[in-house]
Structure formats: C-alpha cells, structure tokens
Design a protein around this ligand. Structure first.
Ligand SMILES: [Zn+2]
Length: 183
C-alpha cells in the first residue's frame, strides 16, 4: 500500500514538473510567425534604424506579455517620442507609441526586442502611451487606441487579457503612473 502511495506521489510530481517545464518554454516559433504578419493601416510604421541600444536588431526569445508604459514626458507627442528613440544617443525604445490624439506609431519590428522593459525585453512587446499631464492619465483617444492595439496584438500572438501587464508588474517602477496609483 505504501509503495502505491509513493508511486502515485511520483506521478503527481512528474506531472507538476512537466507542466512547469512546458510553461517555461518560450514560444520562439511565434516570433518568426510575427515577421510575416501584415501591419494594419491604422498603425503608422516609422521603424527606427539599428543603431545600438535603442534598436539592436536582436530577435525576441519568445512572446509572453504585452507591457504598457507611460512616456513620463507630459504633453509630448508620439512623433517626438519616436524621434527620441531614433536618436543614436538614445538607449530606450518601444515597439509602439500611442499619441494624445490616439495616433499609433510603430518603432520596432514585432519580432525584435525593444528597450523598454528591463530584463523582460527578451519576451515582451512594449507600448508607450503619451499623456497630457503629471497624473499620467491617458486621453480617451489614446486609451481607445491602446485597447484596439492590445486586442490586435493578443489576437496575432495568441494571448489573452492576463498577458497584458504594466511596467510596474516587472520592476515595481511607477509606470504607467496613473494605472499604478489607480489600479
Ligand atoms: Zn515603463
């Protein structure tokens, strides 16, 4: 009887271990699939050059989450933020920037790493959102574009709402500020 119990326990441990192992595997094939995904016409593609730290031209290891940020620079436009990333002296970037009027600019190809989310750059797609004031609250237009963009990304990446996270969830940084202070 004791032996059977041990055997069952072993099976359970193996099953749990296998599940954890499976979960750890990064879906790299997905990254290659993304190279061929057509970008919708509501996204303004202004991909920055491979110029060092802001865009290294390195492929993602997998896609696990979509990370939401706020630009932190109040009143700045999507174009200004995109141009800042494109500056050779910049060491930050984001896959997408959403402007105050809801315009969406893509700066980094979907299958490449951006420089926005610290140690999670390797397996996340980043979205920076502009905001008019210090509260960090997004405009209605920006928020609607964010919903539209994340819904599309979830669809093409086979992800769900659980996979949409904040920069705060990775490092504890107060980003995106309004959505850290107002859960
Ligand atoms: Zn951030």
């Amino acid at each position: 009887m004791k032996r059977i119990f041990k055997f069952i326990l072993l099976l359970v441990l193996l099953a749990v271990g296998w599940h954890v192992y499976q979960d750890e595997i990064l879906p790299r094939e997905k990254v290659f699939e993304l190279m061929a995904v057509p970008i919708p016409d509501w996204v303004d593609q202004q991909i920055i050059k491979v110029d060092g730290d802001s865009r290294r031209g390195v492929y993602l290891k997998g896609i696990r989450d979509i990370v939401i940020h706020y630009v932190g620079n109040l009143g700045s436009t999507a174009q200004q933020n995109r141009d800042y990333y494109a500056n050779p002296s910049s060491d930050v970037s984001s896959h997408f920037v959403i402007g105050l009027k809801g315009e969406i600019i893509q700066c980094i190809p979907l299958h490449e790493k951006s420089s926005a989310s610290n140690h999670r750059n390797k397996d996340t797609i980043s979205i920076e959102v502009c905001h008019p004031d210090e509260s960090g609250k997004f405009t209605d237009a920006a928020y609607q574009s964010l919903v539209k963009l994340t819904a599309w990304l979830c669809e093409i990446c086979d992800m769900g709402s659980d996979d949409i996270i904040r920069h705060y969830d990775i490092t504890g940084k107060q980003c995106p500020l309004y959505f850290v202070t107002n859960e």
